[in-house]
Design a protein around this ligand. Structure first.
Ligand code: GAL
Length: 907
């Protein structure tokens, strides 16, 4: 699929030097205007915004998108996977609210012209001080985007706020920025392109309302052309209005993704107007079809022609050599104010296919489409895509380029831990690198459209993606969630996600919903499913559509409508109901079944609680997996949410049902909010990796299964237990070996062979004595791997280790620096919880600190952080435009300090 090229590489100006000689000749011949400046420009306008919280005092204008139902704010802490409820009915006549002026922004995504919206006369909000071009905003905070207004905290340690992460993301926020538009832009169409704004955005330009978009996770565009003043200063004012009680996790707040200004000629490729699909894919050749939607904003009809050239890209995203194929699209007529679709196809010989590592490589191509009308080039539009063949086969599961691949996936929410919801490319890349190391090949974007930059990364790194649009439909999960806008926005929100994302080769499946309440509503729910599946098919016939079901059973109406059966937990068994895989397989022999959510195992990194349960999988209960005082969950990794299972149990179920295409674990990383089972905490316990990015023990359980050729053995717990001498301290080992022998201080604790459906070695009657625990393992009779853990001495010093010692000084790039507490010999003291103070010198700043402890209420920007089980994290950013050496220091009472140097380079 394609990623419409975003950012610098997507900008047609950047692509200019690579155009073929013929094309340059054509451009020169087409006249001086276009020879001087590219017909399309996409500029980042992330820098230099002014921001304030709240509406102006004393203003009377009605600035709400719509009337919201009253709600009871004690509603937090509702059990995950609880049945959604009937929504409160509110007045929806559109009077006295902004909705009628916002809805027309959805028009390009509403298929039936009769259903499109016409904005009423008038300019609501036009009198409000904050939208006036001359308003003095110099007292507001200066911010660069992406910006999350809530992440700095403080945490709301008391009250019913655990579900949304104990950070005040709700409320009103305003952003203002001037944009200078040169006189030479006269006659161009000018758009504001927003990758994501949380939420209920309304945009005014020069005091005039121009549109907006309520759903905080989608990308959207408003047309500024009518109210722009070329040759002058133009002022944007954006109001966001994030509802309380609107999410089951931390949504963040603000302009939290990239924002762009796009300038184009009146006859140009529409927003996300290219669709590239690949067919008859083989090693010898592939057919690439390109459909272009061309808009004509002019007052006269336009005859339009287009040529698309296809270039191979190298691993860094640069074009390799000359075009490998060329498409001469059949020309067409675009009526004034209308559009035309130009199709064409070409064969690429010996294509370099896109596929997930380690067995395949994620090769990418670029389609450069040149649009001509009236004898001139009126647009050059780039679409990144991959050539691949993805099939869902009911018995084999997922087949990519002829290779059967088990889905080894994780769910992830959109927050980036201590950085919050503000998208950061490096932070997202780091998450993917850690997941790749574990053996992950697939990500489910739970439960909303991701930042476009994340899909650029999954394309480039070769992850398979389930792209998901909604967590609720008409029935609500929280009082003010998406159900409020579903009736009027579902078509636009679904189409916009698919149109935006359809060219990304990483996206293999659309999901139209997660555990929606309509599962319980029989035929009505099925008919709504059908409607959404039809919309998805209309936008993208090349992919299948699914939705995640935790309740709907094989004999109920909803699953009939899903093209792929995605089950949350109920496949393996949920709430005492036996596993549903066989029933679904029998009812839908022609459909692929996968587990869209599995496990929901819970743990706190490095917290080993005793006694250790005998059962391999059980719910968290006081003193059985969970500590009701510290609110930590045991890292023996055998406890789960009440409806979930330990990884071991899921593996057994997967192995017993080989037709299941694989699983998406709930979750890869811990996330802010939804801290089941302790809603007093700030962040989840379900991650295989904690909020700071440190692997929990489970990491190695998955790695052993997903990378079975990797020779390692991982021992838990640690072996530093002053006071536990003589007490039973079970030892478990994760490895893909099939036989293992454990030694405590040289004394064998027995040799164990894994039996069928066993995935760990466990010695449950080991008695603790300080010293060393060592394991030797064998696979198929041959020595495999050894490992040991030893008792450490008292904490003596700190150590700092940056994940990258050189970063770009672009104001975005980051170094993630791990702090560990070590003993006199340099070994990490695993139980250490020392409070640490961080400082920095040079052209860099500490953006945030963390430690992965779900109960830690120290605000993320704090330079003081307690180590959590030996570790803490410092996130360092180079100051924009600066370069030089940055020194990070860590100090703690009674311990030798540490420092680390990071070089910041000019971008
Ligand atoms: C599921 C739900 C997820 C999350 C998870 C928690 O039921 O789809 O969003 O709530 O449970 O374990």
């Amino acid at each position: 699929m394609l990623a419409i090229t975003y950012g610098k590489t997507a900008d047609s100006r950047a692509a200019w030097p690579g155009l073929s000689v013929l094309m340059i000749l054509l451009l020169v011949l087409s006249g001086p205007v276009f020879a001087q400046s590219a017909p399309r420009q996409r500029e980042s306008i992330n820098s230099g915004w002014r921001f304030t919280l709240g509406d102006p005092v004393g203003e009377t204008a009605e600035l709400r998108y719509d009337v919201r139902p009253a709600y009871d704010d004690a509603g937090d802490g509702k059990e995950a996977d609880a049945r959604p409820e009937e929504a409160a009915k509110v007045r929806r006549d559109g009077s006295g609210v902004l909705k009628p002026w916002i809805l027309p922004t959805a028009n390009p995504f509403i298929k039936d012209p009769a259903k499109r919206h016409v904005a009423p006369e008038g300019n609501p909000g036009g009198d409000v001080a904050y939208v006036q071009p001359g308003f003095d905003d110099s007292g507001w905070t200066l911010v660069d985007l992406p910006h999350d207004w809530a992440i700095a905290g403080p945490f709301l340690a008391q009250g019913p706020y655990g579900g949304m992460g104990r950070l005040k993301s709700w409320g009103v926020g305003w952003y203002r920025r001037a944009i200078d538009i040169p006189a030479s832009d006269k006659g161009k169409s000018i758009f504001l392109d927003v990758d994501g704004a949380m939420s209920y955005a309304t945009v005014w330009l020069n005091g005039q309302i121009v549109g907006g978009w309520p759903y905080g996770y989608n990308s959207w565009r408003v047309d500024l052309t009518k109210h722009i003043v070329p040759g002058g200063r133009n002022v944007l004012a954006i109001r966001l209005d994030n509802p309380p009680a609107s999410a089951r996790w931390y949504p963040g707040g603000g302009l939290y993704r990239d924002i762009w200004l796009t300038k184009a000629q009146p006859v140009r490729v529409a927003q996300w107007g290219s669709a590239v699909t690949t067919h008859d894919v083989s090693a010898a050749f592939a057919t690439v079809k390109v459909a272009l939607a061309i808009d004509n904003a002019g007052s006269e009809g336009a005859s339009v022609s287009a040529v698309t050239e296809i270039f191979a890209l190298d691993a860094s995203g640069k074009r390799k050599g000359r075009a490998v194929a060329r498409i001469d699209h059949a020309p067409g007529e675009a009526p004034a104010g209308g559009s035309v679709r130009l199709q064409g196809d070409a064969v690429v010989r010996q294509p370099q296919l896109w596929g997930p590592p380690p067995t395949q490589s994620p090769h990418l191509y670029l389609a450069v489409s040149t649009i001509r009308h009236g004898g001139r080039v009126s647009d050059v539009y780039e679409t990144r895509f991959g050539i691949r063949d993805v099939r869902f086969d009911p018995t084999q599961g997922l087949v990519v380029n002829g290779e059967r691949l088990r889905i080894q996936g994780v769910n992830n929410h959109h927050d980036l831990g201590a950085l919050g919801a503000a998208f950061n490319r490096r932070a997202a890349q780091r998450q993917l690198e850690i997941l790749r190391d574990m053996g992950v090949n697939a990500i489910r974007m739970s439960h909303n459209p991701p930042a476009p930059g994340l899909l650029d990364l999954t394309d480039a790194m070769g992850f398979l993606v389930m792209d998901e649009v909604f967590d609720s439909w008409e029935l609500k999960k929280t009082p003010l969630d998406f159900h409020l806008i579903f009736p009027e926005w579902r078509e636009a929100d679904l189409r916009s996600m698919i149109r935006r994302d359809r060219n990304h080769p990483s996206v293999i499946l659309w999901s139209v919903g997660n555990e929606v309440g309509e599962q319980y509503s029989g035929e009505a729910g099925a008919s709504l499913t059908r409607e959404l599946v039809m919309i998805a098919k209309d936008e993208d016939p090349s992919r299948l559509t699914t939705l995640a079901m935790n309740f709907a059973k094989a004999d109920m109406p909803m699953p009939r409508e899903a093209e792929v059966i995605s089950l949350n937990y109920q496949g393996a068994g949920i709430r005492g109901i036996i596993g549903q895989y066989p029933a679904f397989h029998a009812a839908f022999p022609d459909k692929v079944i996968l587990s869209s959510e599995s496990a929901s195992a819970l743990s706190s990194r490095g917290e080993y609680l005793f006694p250790v349960a005998g059962a391999i999988s059980g719910p968290v209960r006081p003193y059985s997996g969970g500590d009701p005082v510290t609110h930590q969950v045991s890292a023996y990794e055998m406890h789960a949410a009440d409806f979930g299972s330990s990884p071991d149990r899921v593996f057994a179920s997967d192995d017993q049902h080989p037709y299941v295409a694989g699983e998406f674990v709930w979750t890869g990383f811990d996330y802010l909010g939804e801290p089941t089972p302790y809603y007093t905490s700030r962040s989840s316990y379900s991650g295989i990796i904690d909020l700071a990015g440190f692997p929990k023990d489970r990491f190695w359980l998955y790695q052993a299964r997903w990378r079975p050729d990797l020779k390692f053995a991982h021992i838990l717990p640690h072996w530093t237990w002053p006071g536990r001498e003589g007490q039973v301290t079970p030892v478990h080992v994760f490895s893909s070996a099939d036989e293992a022998e454990l030694f405590v201080n040289g004394v064998s604790q027995g040799k164990i062979k894994k039996r069928d459906y066993e995935y760990r070695f466990r010695w449950d009657y080991v008695t603790y004595a300080p010293g060393e625990v060592r394991v030797e393992t064998w696979k198929q009779g041959k020595p495999w791997a050894q490992a040991s853990v030893a008792t450490t001495g008292a904490a003596a010093a700190l150590a700092l280790k940056p994940d990258r010692a050189v970063i770009a000084g672009d104001g975005q790039d980051l170094s993630f620096v791990t702090l560990s507490v070590v003993d006199a010999k340099g070994a990490m003291v695993r139980p250490a919880k020392d409070p640490v103070r961080f400082s920095i010198e040079g052209p860099g700043e500490i953006v945030a600190t963390d430690n992965g402890d779900p109960t830690d209420m120290t605000a993320f920007p704090s330079h003081q952080r307690q180590a959590f089980n030996g570790l803490a994290l410092v996130i360092v950013r180079g100051l924009p435009g600066q370069s030089g050496r940055v020194t990070v220091r860590a100090e703690a009472d009674g311990l030798a300090p540490a420092s680390a140097v990071i070089t910041v380079q000019k971008p």
